[in-house]
Design a binder for this molecule. Structure first.
Ligand code: ADP
Length: 633
């Protein structure tokens, strides 16, 4: 039998170091993590055996936890699916997840509680063994094969892997405990009673028996005999009565079963008996996982039938916009051996899904009304999903209607979150439309030239700072029969009498400056569709607006980022007729439309308008030279 020495993948090494030395302050959780892996392995075997009965005959599926004072070890064993040699190398020797580097970078910046949250989102389950052990041995044999491997590591960078003998399939993990966990200090993980308490605390609902050996005194001669006892109750929490379940029990459940690091923000325990009978136990987590909107995030609920686990990550219950909801559905109306394909078609699943969606919507509405702080906390984490939900229900008015009152936006009103209804309630009588402005952040929007006028009139603007915001308001089109109006679109104008007066004045000026505007446009070329005068600029000389249909400049950026550079915004340059630069433009125009001074000023103004929008002009060096020239003239 040859022993092979291998190195952990570099990222894994760094993660291990962090896990062991800084992140986990709660030393006990290693047991929960390893038991949860064992339970997953038993699930996998059960599912495999549905199609391959040879794999697991009538044996009882169970987990054993054996603390041992003499060897100073804790052993966790399961008769689950086990792993092949290759699986051990990829699952245990590597962290094969694509976001690892990203994650580590974030982790290094975070500290304390923030770091704990991050690690919880990532899930480094198995490695938590090294919190308490200086050497970890893992023996495993994949069900259906007869070769076993032994993996050993001190968690310091290398591991050994060798072939070995193992009588049955499944996995045995032996933790050689660090000295401080053998009784000298706070913890003694060689003590059966401490371990028993940990199992009860963290793993009580695990759906397989977790067994331990206990020494009990024999009747006759007082010699001790060993008794095997199941430590966990195994009773699924969701089958109990809501009124009998404490919030702590719910929290613990989600931490254990759904691999949540923190107690959830909101819990839904729904029981229904009707055409379809089911129980659902769902939660909205406190924090959004870092990869929630990436393809590697696995969406979906766990599915049970009469308390028996059927499958994980069922996508068919909830709509895409509820991808952040975690939990399970247990329904006796679904057969045990249902396949993913059948599930997709199942009317029961559709009925359950619709009902769950309704309950969640109702609960969110209630939260918004009754606990604004909590709702804003929710919104900060998952608001994007609801906005995507609106976008995705482009052609489904009912779906849009059910979501529109749940949307929050930051606005220029005290910079706070606002619902659309709250915004509309603050609109002055003459305001007919809902003003929105796209931008990188609130500060960038505040700096838009158009904002000056709105500020002066005391008009409120909704900030569209997330790329999805503009798509969402476009799809909504209006709220309470008031259209959304972007202040950076060509058709933006204020409805009050004063603005209308200014507009009429500007139109008069435009009449006598037709040639100038035409020649400015010619000097700039095809990048702009039109050059015209603005009636909404105050102290700024120029601004860019975009054509009514089609994407805006920020949408164009989003498309570009998505490698979709074909969707271009139609740009219109607006000049402020009351600005000194306009006078200068007139003077230079008098030299002739081909005069280099005139042309330079035109292209410079256009470049400046682009810069205001956060777009770099095509030739920044040229702009810099022209500005330097202007400064010295
Ligand atoms: P996670 O459980 O979040 O995937 P872990 O680091 O805990 O991450 O485990 C990595 C992988 O190793 C698991 O996904 C599983 O495939 C495998 N594994 C861990 N423990 C066991 C076990 N007891 N039996 C079989 N496979 C296991």
């Amino acid at each position: 039998m040859s022993v092979e020495k291998m190195e952990f993948q570099a990222e894994t090494k760094r993660l291990l170091d962090l896990v062991v030395n800084s992140i986990y302050t709660n030393k006990e959780i290693f047991l929960r993590e390893l038991i949860s892996n064992a339970s997953d392995a038993l699930d996998k075997l059960r599912i495999e055996s549905l199609t391959n009965p040879e794999l697991a005959k009538d044996e009882e599926r169970e987990i054993f936890v054996i603390p041992d004072e003499t060897t100073k070890t804790v052993t966790i064993s399961d008769n689950g699916i086990g792993m092949t040699r290759d699986e051990v190398i990829t699952n245990i020797g590597t962290i094969a997840k694509s976001g690892t580097k990203d994650f580590l970078d974030k982790l290094r910046e975070a500290s304390g509680a923030a770091a704990q949250e991050l690690i919880g989102q990532f899930g480094v389950g198995f490695y938590s063994a090294f919190i308490v052990a200086d050497t970890v041995e893992l023996l495993t044999r994949k069900a259906g094969t007869d070769s076993a491997v032994k993996w050993t590591s001190d968690g310091a960078g290398e591991y050994e892997i060798e072939d070995c003998e193992k009588e049955t399939h499944g996995t045995i993990i032996v933790l050689h405990l660090k000295k401080e966990f053998c009784g000298d200090e706070e913890y003694n993980f060689t003590d059966a009673y401490q371990i028993e308490q940990l199992i009860k605390k963290y793993s009580d609902f695990v759906r397989y028996p977790i067994k331990m050996n206990f020494n009990v005194k024999g009747d006759k001669d007082g010699e001790s005999i060993v008794e095997v006892r199941t430590v966990n109750s195994m009773k699924p929490l969701w089958s109990r009565n809501k009124s009998e379940i404490t919030r702590e029990e719910y929290d613990e459940f989600f931490k254990q079963q759904m691999h949540e690091w923190e107690a959830p923000l909101e819990i839904f325990h729904i029981k229904a008996e009707g055409t379809v009978e089911y129980t659902a136990l769902l939660c909205i987590p406190k924090k959004a996982p870092h990869n929630l909107y990436y393809t590697d995030y696995e969406v979906g609920l766990q599915l049970y039938s009469r308390h028996v686990f059927i499958m994980d990550k069922c996508k068919d219950f909830l709509p895409e916009w509820l991808r952040f909801v975690k939990g399970l559905v247990d329904s006796p109306d679904l057969p045990l051996n249902i396949s993913r394909e059948v599930l997709q078609q199942s009317t029961e699943v559709k009925v359950i899904g619709k009902a769950l969606e309704k309950s969640i919507l109702r609960q969110l509405e209630k939260m918004l009304k009754e606990d604004r702080d909590k709702y804003e906390e929710f919104w900060t984490q998952f608001g994007k999903s609801l906005k995507i939900g609106v976008y995705n229900s482009m052609f489904d008015q009912k779906a849009k209607d059910s979501l529109k009152d749940l949307l929050l936006f930051k606005t220029s009103y005290e910079g706070k979150f606002s619902t659309l209804a709250e915004y509309v309630a603050r609109m002055p009588d003459f305001q007919k439309k809902i003003y929105v402005a796209p931008g990188k952040d609130a500060a960038a929007i505040e700096r838009l030239p158009q904002m000056e006028l709105l500020r002066e009139r005391g008009l409120e603007v909704i900030y569209l700072t997330d790329p999805v915001d503009e798509f969402t308001t476009n799809v909504l089109h209006d709220y309470d029969e008031k259209e959304f109006q972007s202040i950076t679109r060509e058709d933006f104008e204020l409805d009050d009498a004063e603005s209308q007066k200014v507009k009429a004045e500007v139109e008069e000026i435009a009449k006598t400056h037709g040639d100038l505007l035409k020649d400015v446009k010619e000097a700039i070329g095809d990048n702009v569709k039109e050059v015209r005068l603005s009636s909404s600029l105050k102290s700024s000389a120029v601004c860019l607006v975009t054509g009514e249909g089609g994407p805006s400049l920020s949408m164009e950026k989003t498309f570009e980022a998505m490698n979709n550079p074909l969707f271009k915004a139609t740009q219109i340059l607006e000049l402020n007729p009351n600005h000194a630069v306009f006078k200068k433009l007139e003077n230079l125009h008098a030299l002739g439309k081909d005069a280099p001074e005139f042309k330079d000023l035109c292209t410079t103004l256009y470049s400046l308008a682009l810069l205001i929008e956060g777009v770099l002009p095509q030739n920044p060096a040229d702009l810099a030279n022209k500005v330097a020239d202007l400064l010295t003239k």
